[in-house]
Design a binder for this molecule. Structure first.
Ligand SMILES: *Cc1c(COP(=O)(O)O)cnc(C)c1O
Ligand code: SF4
Length: 413
């Protein structure tokens, strides 16, 4: 007999230790915030209000701040603001200078160093922007920038010119103009909400925006790019999920880089989204000393599957000004892809891409599996490095026509 389960979360329970990694780094309960009541801690507005945004707060919480971090944080607000939710801060290992969480959110002095090939708009988004806050780079889809705020700020953000307004970019989304452009362009069938983080909008504002987009007849597909499930899983309330499920097909792409980001809290938040019927993908940025390692990336993509998330893209880090200390090499990315394909579940293998500098769009980068190819044969290399031959089919010519198929008894009407 089949027993029904009340929630999809009650399927196979992974080893609780796999997801509860954060405990090891909390000195007492919630560490510095151990006095905070559960209902406050679990309230996303409390988390936002209590973000770490100043050097003195950071110093108090982390006496092990390095001189580079100290100097970087002091200068941070002139470039990209610093903000870290208490929840995410608790994932930092204060004893580890190269903690993969720490490197993503704590500014460093190196951010102020800009190489000549680095840019403030590395993907050429502004040159593909027909109206402010809309990027129309690909034929059938647009990137819709909703806000310039995020729950926390990633030090390598490709839109740091925009987010947090620290550089005086002065972004003011104009939903009316953005929506009017989409309505006037019937070739657009896919709208990707991003920013900044769209899930920072109130449920009401987001519902209003999604309703207006869904009302456009040629819009088939909606998606949201957000790091909130990782920075602020408390935001993924049952009410938000109820609201979002009215707009299917609606996909969500999250942004997680390291397995330690996938905590019990994050797993539960992703489970709520998946239970609302929202297909989930993940985008990682390959970062030096964070996830530029086959074993780390393999653990990460496997853990994502346990969170019901399909690894979608691994990005080569964009040439954003002041990000050299975080960029890993393209060669490393290819090595990672080689270490994943065939070595783990196909669903766990993302596509490695470079967003071509200056506005070329995403270019897939793959390890070489085709060793040679001519009219007669294709020589292949498999994931173990073994070589195989595939006899090429004559191009465009069916081997047997339907009469011949009849005679060999394969053709059945
Ligand atoms: C990444 C991106 C998209 C979406 O690309 P997909 O490959 O469909 O996920 C759309 N517009 C812009 C400008 C982008 O950078
Ligand atoms: S969440 Fe995304 S938009 Fe926000 S700072 Fe990080 S990379 Fe940039």
């Amino acid at each position: 007999m089949l027993t029904s389960t009340s929630s999809a979360q009650s399927g196979a329970e992974p080893n609780p230790e796999t997801f509860a990694t954060l405990k090891a780094f909390r000195s007492a309960g919630r560490g510095f915030w151990s006095h905070v009541a559960d209902d406050e801690w679990n309230d996303w507005k409390w988390q936002l209000k209590n973000r770490i945004t100043r050097l003195d707060q950071l110093q108090r919480l982390m006496p092990t701040l390095t001189p580079e971090e100290y100097a970087g944080t002091k200068l941070a607000n002139s470039k990209l603001a610093m903000a870290i939710t208490p929840y995410f801060f608790n994932l930092i290992d204060p004893a580890d200078e190269n903690c993969p969480i720490r490197r993503q959110v704590i500014p460093r002095l190196e951010e102020t160093k800009t190489a000549p090939w680095e840019m403030s708009d590395p993907c050429g988004e502004d040159s593909h922007s027909p109206v402010p806050g809309l990027v129309h780079r690909y034929p059938d889809r647009v990137l819709f920038l909703v806000t310039d705020r995020c729950a926390a700020y990633c030090r390598y953000c490709t839109r740091s010119r925009l987010v947090s307004n620290a550089t005086g970019y002065d972004f003011h989304p104009q939903f009316d103009k953005q929506i009017a452009y989409i309505a006037e362009h019937p070739e657009i069938r896919d709208v990707l909400l991003s920013g900044g983080d769209p899930l920072l909008l109130s449920d009401e504002k987001l519902e209003d925006l999604l309703t207006r987009l869904r009302a456009i007849p040629h819009i088939e597909f909606l998606r949201i790019g957000t790091r909130i499930p990782v920075f602020l899983p408390q935001r993924i309330t049952p009410e938000l999920c109820e609201m979002l499920k009215q707009f299917h097909p609606l996909f969500i792409s999250i942004h997680a880089n390291h397995p330690r980001e996938l905590t019990t809290e994050v797993r539960a938040a992703l489970g709520r989204l998946a239970d609302a019927g929202i297909p989930l993908g993940n985008q990682s940025v390959m970062l030096e000393h964070v996830n530029d390692d086959v074993e780390v990336m393999k653990a990460h993509v496997q853990k994502l599957l346990m969170c019901r998330v399909k690894p979608y893209y691994i990005y080569q880090c964009d040439l954003i000004a002041g990000s050299a200390h975080l960029r890993a090499s393209v060669r490393k990315g290819i090595e990672i892809m080689q270490g994943l394909r065939g070595h783990t579940t196909g669903y766990a293998v993302p596509q490695f891409v470079i967003d071509a500098p200056g506005g070329g769009g995403k270019v897939p980068i793959n390890p070489e599996y085709v060793l040679s190819m001519n009219a007669d044969r294709v020589v292949l290399r498999n994931f173990e490095g073994k070589v195989f031959e595939y006899p090429e089919a004559p191009a465009g010519e069916p081997i047997l026509d339907s009469e011949e198929l009849d005679t060999v008894g394969l053709w059945k009407d």
